[in-house]
Design a protein around this ligand. Structure first.
Ligand code: GMT
Length: 375
């Protein structure tokens, strides 16, 4: 199959999922074309059947906002015609599903019919998409997609609650390539981050409000009062400065390392004892799955799709959003009981295996076949 993938090329989960899916489809013999404004961060290697086409948006002083949707839909039309792309898979409704639908319509004018699969990822529904300023366009583009998928049951329910959706939503969970975790990294840099006797706690995100970064710091603050520990913070975003200030105020700045963005998070997760994800909402929590694949148990909030990934009392603990006290207690309970910690680490890894890419990619291939019969 010749598949065009549209996604955000950044560090966010939707871009990561789209990129890993495209690579896996390429490995399974499909021809994959990524169409976006920058080469996706996880797309290190292009090959004979994995291509990248950059969307250029020329700036013009008249425009206060440059029309990306227009440039994207035009590029989609050109690429579909040039490479004979047979199906479009757009990740994140805004504005990709909208631009995809416009491309479909333009192609139809020329007698070319192409199915479009839209995957909803979370904030395109819960935070941004349901805003009254976007809602009519998002509802329209979801309803005009030939097949719609969501990354969790929880996101499907949110979509049905927030939008007047006419078509079915298929739940296809996010995934992880477990073959990457068969062997441990040999150049493990644990000793550069912490002393032997210190536990390592990790948080990775885009440091936006929804991630409740200050809860991460407060949980760590409670833990480090009782046991030697370091907190590794990976990512960049608007809440970072406030978090750094809070660390200073609490007198723990030396125990918290901010490592910036990284596309090699496994090299840090591989020696992490615990992962913190106290988000306000999370459609899935791909990063929790990545932590679990690296045998790190997860202390998280009990919200959105997180309970579909992190299992209470098995792979970690879940608490009400903002319940820093309980999250700290659970973190301490786990980190101070070596036997329990070992068991949770093993459980986390085993649970992650249920989301192995080998099990999930065929589900997308089935969805593509279905899209052909609908379009
Ligand atoms: O976490 C973010 O804010 C980034 C966002 C994105 O669009 O990349 O992540 C969303 O999609 C991920 C992949 O499907 C999910 O794992 C994240 O849970 C989801 N984020 C939210 O729902 C807040």
């Amino acid at each position: 199959m010749k598949i065009g993938i549209v996604c955000y090329p950044t560090f966010g989960g939707s871009g990561v999922v789209a990129t890993e899916l495209g690579i896996a489809l390429g490995n399974r013999g499909h021809e994959v074309h990524f169409i976006t404004y920058k080469q996706p961060v996880r797309l290190a290697l292009l090959s004979s059947n994995i291509h990248f086409h950059e969307v250029h948006v020329p700036t013009y002083p008249l425009f206060h906002y440059q029309p990306y949707e227009l440039a994207l839909s035009s590029k989609l039309v050109d690429m579909v015609k040039l490479h004979k792309i047979e199906l479009l898979h757009v990740h994140y409704a805004i504005p990709h599903a909208y631009a995809g639908y416009m491309a479909k319509q333009m192609l139809a004018e020329e007698g070319i019919s192409i199915p479009m699969v839209t995957t909803l990822h979370g904030t395109d529904i819960t935070l941004v998409g349901s805003h009254p300023f976007y809602k009519p366009a998002v509802t329209f583009s979801i309803n005009k997609s030939d097949v719609v998928t969501s990354v969790s049951q929880s996101l499907k329910e949110d979509t049905l609650r927030l939008f007047d959706v006419k078509n079915d939503i298929h739940v296809v969970p996010n995934f992880i390539d477990m073959s990457k975790y068969k062997s441990k990294f040999t150049d493990c840099q644990r000793s550069m981050m912490a002393d032997e006797d210190e536990k390592i706690i990790t948080h990775i995100s885009n440091f936006r409000k929804v991630k409740r970064i200050k809860d991460v710091i407060r949980i760590f603050n409670e833990v480090q009062k009782k046991i030697p520990a370091k907190l590794l913070m990976i990512g960049e975003g608007p809440e970072k400065e406030g978090a750094e200030l809070l660390c200073k105020e609490l007198g723990i700045a030396e125990k918290v390392l901010y490592l910036g963005n990284s596309n090699e998070i496994d090299r840090i997760l591989c020696f992490s004892d615990l992962f913190l994800l106290p988000s306000e909402t999370e459609s899935f929590g791909l990063v929790a799955l990545e932590a679990m694949a690296n045998s790190a148990p997860v202390i998280s909030s009990d919200t959105g799709g997180i309970p579909e990934v992190n299992k209470q009392g098995i792979t970690g603990f879940l608490s009400k959003v903002g319940d820093v006290e309980e999250m700290s207690r659970n973190a301490l309970k786990l980190l101070s009981d070596e036997k329990m910690l070992k068991q949770f680490k093993q459980n986390a890894r085993e649970e992650a295996e249920k989301f192995d890419i080998e099990k999930i990619v065929p589900l997308y291939e089935e969805i593509y076949q279905k899209a052909f019969t609908i379009a």
